[in-house]
Structures are given as C-alpha cells and as structure tokens.
Write a protein that binds this ligand. Structure first.
Ligand code: ADP
Ligand code: MG
Ligand code: ZN
Length: 622
C-alpha cells in the first residue's frame, strides 16, 4: 500500500498567477491614471483666470470639483479653445462671474467610463484574492504541493491497493468482534449487488470506538486491503483549518472524489475533532466553522442513497461520548464497532505478530510477557517488542532474550532507569522502608498482584523507589475487600515511615492521592458504603477510555450527604491505615531485615523476594 498525494491540476496555478499579475498591473495603472489621462486643456494660473474674468475676456465657465474650464471670447482666442485652471476655494467667484455677465455652470462629476468602472470593481477583489492566497500558501504548512486556488481541496491521502505490502486482517490480532463486523463490510464492498438485489440497504457509516493504540486505523486499512478498494484517509483535525468555510468544502470535495472512485472507503480518523456535540460548544471561536463542517458531513452522508456508488465511511474515535447525536442516527454512523484493549490471549497474539519482525532467542516466552502486560494496547505491545530489540542490540546480543523483554516492560511501565540520580543516605533509608512497607502490606491483603520486585533505584520522574506488583491474571471486577486491600497497600509505605522514623515525609503524597481516590470511588461510584447505600453520587458515567484516574464532579447532593460521603471516605482510608500499621508492627523484625538487605543490594526480586515475603505473619488479634 502506498500513500499518494491527490493529483493537483497545474492549470489552476497558471490561471491564478496570471490573474495575480494582471491585478498588479491594474493597480499600478490606477495609481498613475490621473497623470496619464489628465492631459486635456492647457493649464492656466488661477490668478490669470481671475484677471481675464475681470477684464471681461471670458465667455463661458464650467466649474468642476477639481478643475475649472473656460472659453474666451472669440476676439481673444481661437474659437473652441478651452482653458483650464485649478480652482481655489473662492466663494466670491460666482458673484464676480455674474457681475461680468459670464455664462457659468457646474460640471457634473465625471461620468464613469467602462474602464474606470471595471477598475473600481475588479481590482479590489483581485488584490484580496492575491493576499488570501499568499496567506493560504503559508497556512497550508509547506504550501508547496497545495496549489493556489485549491483551498477547498481535500487533503485526503489515498492508499492505492496493490502496490507494496497491503494490510489485511491477518495483521490485526485479537479484536475478534470488530473483525467479524468488518468482514461484513468487506463483503458489501466486494459484492454490493448481492445485498442491493434483495433490497438490503448497505450501511454507510461504521464508527470504530476504542482507546488510543488499539488498532482502529490498522483495522480500517485492513478493510481496504481485504476488499481491494481505494482508501481515502483524512484526520478530523485536518478538516478544521484557518479559514472559515474550508472545512465544509473539504468534506464536499472528499466525497466528490470518493464517489468517482467507488467502490471505496473514506476513513475519517479522530472524528471527534469535527463531530463534537453541537450543544456542548464552549465559548471559543472556531465553533461555527466546526459546525459547518459537521453539517456538511451530515449532508454528504445523507446525500448518497442506495443505488448510488458504494462508498463506505469508516470513522474512528476514542471519545464516543462527546460525539454529536446527529452523527449516530440511522443512515449515518449507525454501526458502532468496539475496539477494546486486548486481553491476555489477544496480547499474546499481538506480540506474536510483532515478534516476527525481530530475531527471538530460544528462551523467549511470549505468553509470560503477555501475562505481565495487562492494560497494554496493541501500540504499546508493538513498542515493547521494539524496545526489547533495542536493548538486545545495546547489549550486543544476537537475538532478543526474555530478559530484554523483562527490562522493556519495566521501562514502559515505570519510565527509564536513572542510575545517575543520587539520594543521600537518609533518603535512601526512608525510601527502603517505605517500599518494603508497601510490599509487606501487599502480601497480606487481597486485591494486589504478586510483588515481583522492590527497588530503590530511582526511575522516571516521580518515583524514588518502587514496588512492582504484577497481576497474575486479568481482573475486570474487584470486590470491596480487594479495594480495601489496595488502599491499605498504598498506605503501607507511609505506615512504615511512621513506625520506623516516627515522622512523615513528602514522599507518600502520590500514594495518599490514589488511596483517597479509590476510597471516594468506592463510596460515590460503586455503592460500597452501608451508610450511603447503592447510589451513584458521581455525575454521569466514568469516562470510559480516559484512564481510570479521572473523578467526575459530584452530582448535586445535600450538605448532609456531602458530609456523609466525606466521613465515609475518611473511615475507609483510616481503617486501611490502621490495618497497614498493624501488619507492620507485628512484623517489625522482618521489616528491618528486608529493608536492611534492600539498602545493601538496592534491588530485591524473584525467588529471594518471595522467600522473604512469605515470612510475613498475618495479624493476630491479641
Ligand atoms: P489507533 O488508531 O486505534 O490509535 P493504530 O491502528 O494506529 O491505533 O495502532 C498503532 C499500531 O499499533 C499499529 O500500527 C500496529 O502496529 C499496532 N497495533 C495496534 N493494535 C494492534 C492489533 N490488534 N494487532 C496488531 N497490531 C496492533
Ligand atoms: Mg489511529
Ligand atoms: Zn509509596
């Protein structure tokens, strides 16, 4: 599949350049016109004219705005000869002329010739167009291939099938439901007759919905590849540009071209950039433009009816909740296909696809890697494979080993190792106890993954040390006890600091934030509080694809309810805190032992860590 620029017709450019040149010429002419065409009657000083009037030599006077022309009595000049003078603002002149019995009149303002009319009407727009194009050429970014006057031309890239490697469904792993739906679309494109013959309406719009990096773009390309049809791809943000009206004409142009090439696919990436709900407009400018573009898109989608050429519009978005409802009506994007994050077996399949591109060592276990990467999207996994290959190359290995993958996972999860960062001894000690605290509480509470590694080597930006917990399986549902366990584990770090140093540092702020958020969600979203009951106190749905951290504003609640929520959240966090403190107090010796060892080696992991942590005693109520 190759990317081709839409051919730009060169005639446009030539015509536009000629227009530009001509308009420039007109402008220059216009500036010098008075000088060029005003060579009429002979000029006479005003004083001489007055003198001639007073002497009674003047017969007729015609007073214009910029010029007085007059004739002399025949005895003083050749008949018909006209003299001209530039008038001075002189209120006495009419009186004087009357006294001397001169015939006089005002000249009507000069009659517009066709030429001046042309000038005054044609030049300003031409100049305007010139300026417009100048800015457009700059605004178009690079400007080069976008010919002048091609303002409204769509910037769609066309993937022409057949050249180089084409993408098929085999290149997309997982997302089985999405694939099933799209196979049907491929059938529509390949044999539209089979469907129209029995009166079935071919769907026009299919919306791919899913988090970033899950393969929406890839799927759209695979549809084109499978069906063997042209694929027009454009991003929503490219529609909305500097000039008002450009977006809608781009849409019109895109559909026009697509219809000529039918059957084909139009793919609009980031549909939310133009398809935002019209009612949710902010106060910023540019909304009109987006609205017009959206309206044009709706018009175009309604425009091609059954029997028309088969053009299927695929679109992708990771924010379906903000789309304008009008887009989702029947006859528009009436099919929605969910492209979700891959589960364990999907992740293995995706890794398999991307691992084909690198040399794998014998010890590599893709399943193990998949187990360790829950929440990774396809793009993250592709990145992971590449990261591992880079590490292998850096370590001068011939092939990628499992250990490269392990390090790559940590890299992607926790940021790059920063060995250069130095902590002083006291800080290091605090971090060591803090992390061991997390690990020990984590072992005794449910809802946590297995603790695989404790490290006090700083990584990334925030963490000074970290405790790596890897889930043993994919979890979709958590119960109350597990959530409470997670909160206690988050507070384990701070609790260890309290017990050992009897003071608290700033290091735990992120832990506290996360613990509080979790507790708040238990109360306001999951209905886990007995006091408040199974009510949702958060407004609307938790934003589905925006990670899990975002808490929505609370719905309007009474003051009492608000207080009750606060006290319930506090109760949950404090109970968890007590639990964490208790675990660590009863295992105080082990805490010392592990922390001391961690300070020595900086990292404890694997078998050694499991052995140490298995010695943690459950709390006994004495
Ligand atoms: P999206 O459009 O959903 O943000 P992309 O389609 O651009 O994601 O995916 C980016 C890259 O991630 C793809 O080019 C591909 O290499 C990889 N990828 C994502 N999902 C998958 C998948 N299901 N199977 C194989 N590769 C995938
Ligand atoms: Mg994409
Ligand atoms: Zn911590």
């Amino acid at each position: 599949m190759a990317i081709k620029e839409q051919p730009k017709s060169p005639q446009f450019r030539i015509i536009a350049n000629i227009l530009l040149a001509v308009s420039g010429l007109f402008l220059i002419l216009n500036l010098f016109l008075p000088g060029l065409f005003a060579s009429g009657p002979a000029g006479v000083p005003y004083s001489l004219f007055i003198h001639q009037v007073q002497e009674g030599e003047v017969s007729r006077v015609s007073v214009g705005q910029n010029q007085i022309t007059y004739q002399l009595k025949t005895e003083n000049a050749e008949p018909g000869q006209v003299f001209a003078t530039t008038p001075i603002f002189d209120l006495e002149l009419p009186k004087l002329l009357e006294q001397k019995g001169v015939e006089f009149a005002a000249t009507p303002p000069p009659k517009n010739t066709w030429f001046t009319t042309l000038l005054s009407w044609v030049i300003p727009p031409l100049i305007f167009i010139g300026i417009w194009q100048f800015f457009l050429a700059r605004g178009a970014g690079g400007g080069g291939p976008q010919g002048v006057l091609s303002i409204g031309k769509s910037k769609a890239k066309v993937y022409v099938e057949g050249e180089s490697a084409k993408i098929t469904f085999a290149d997309v792993a997982g997302v089985e439901e999405a694939k099933t739906e799209l196979v049907e679309i491929v059938d529509f494109l390949k044999t539209p007759g089979r469907f129209t013959q029995i009166g079935a309406r071919i769907p026009k719009g299919v919306l791919l919905v899913g988090p970033p990096g899950t393969g929406k773009t890839l799927l759209a390309k695979a549809v084109a590849g499978e069906a063997g049809v042209p694929f027009f791809s454009i991003s929503g943000s490219e529609f909305v540009e500097l000039f008002v009206g450009v977006g809608s004409s781009r849409v019109r142009d895109l559909f026009e071209q697509a219809k000529k090439q039918a059957p084909c696919i139009i793919f609009i990436d980031e549909l939310d950039a133009i398809g935002k709900s019209r009612s949710s407009n902010g106060f910023y400018g540019g909304n009109d433009e987006r609205e017009q573009t959206l309206n044009q898109l709706l018009t175009e989608m309604d425009g091609f009816a059954a029997g028309d050429a088969t053009v299927i519009v695929l679109a992708a978005t990771n924010r379906p909740e903000i789309l304008d409802p009008a887009l989702l009506r029947p006859g528009r994007f009436d099919r929605q296909v969910l492209v979700d994050r891959p589960d364990l077996s999907d992740r293995e399949a995706i890794l398999k696809i991307h691992a084909q591109k690198v040399k794998l060592g014998d010890d590599v276990n893709l399943k193990a890697i998949a187990t360790r990467t829950p929440g990774f999207a396809g793009a993250d996994l592709a990145n992971l494979v590449n990261e591992a290959a880079l590490l292998a190359a850096r370590n001068l290995r011939q092939s990628v080993a499992q250990e490269d993958f392990a390090e790559a996972i940590e890299r992607v999860v926790a940021g790059l190792e920063k060995k250069s960062r130095v902590m002083n001894e006291t800080e290091k000690k605090i971090v060591a106890y803090h992390e061991v605290g997390h690990a020990m509480v984590g072992v005794l509470t449910t809802g946590n993954g297995r603790v695989e590694k404790i490290s006090i080597i700083p990584r990334g930006m925030a963490a000074l040390g970290y405790t790596l917990q890897l889930p043993t399986e994919d979890r979709f549902l958590l119960n109350e006890a597990e959530l409470r366990g997670q909160i206690a584990t988050l507070l384990g770090g701070r609790s260890a600091e309290e017990i050992v140093f009897n003071s608290i540092t700033t290091g735990a702020s992120n832990d506290l934030q996360r613990a509080t958020d979790l507790a708040e969600r238990m109360v306001t979203a999951y209905g886990m509080s007995k006091v408040l009951g199974p009510l949702a106190y958060q407004q609307g749905q938790q934003a589905m694809f925006l990670g899990n951290g975002a808490t929505n504003p609370r719905r309007a609640v009474s003051e009492e309810t608000s207080k009750a929520i606060d006290s319930e959240v506090k109760e949950i966090v404090e109970t968890a805190h007590e639990q964490a403190l208790e675990i660590l107090r009863q295992n105080r010796d082990l805490l010392e032992a592990i922390a001391t060892q961690l300070l020595e080696t900086e990292v404890i992991e694997g078998e050694k860590l499991h052995n140490l942590l298995s010695q943690v005693k459950p709390i006994t109520n004495s």
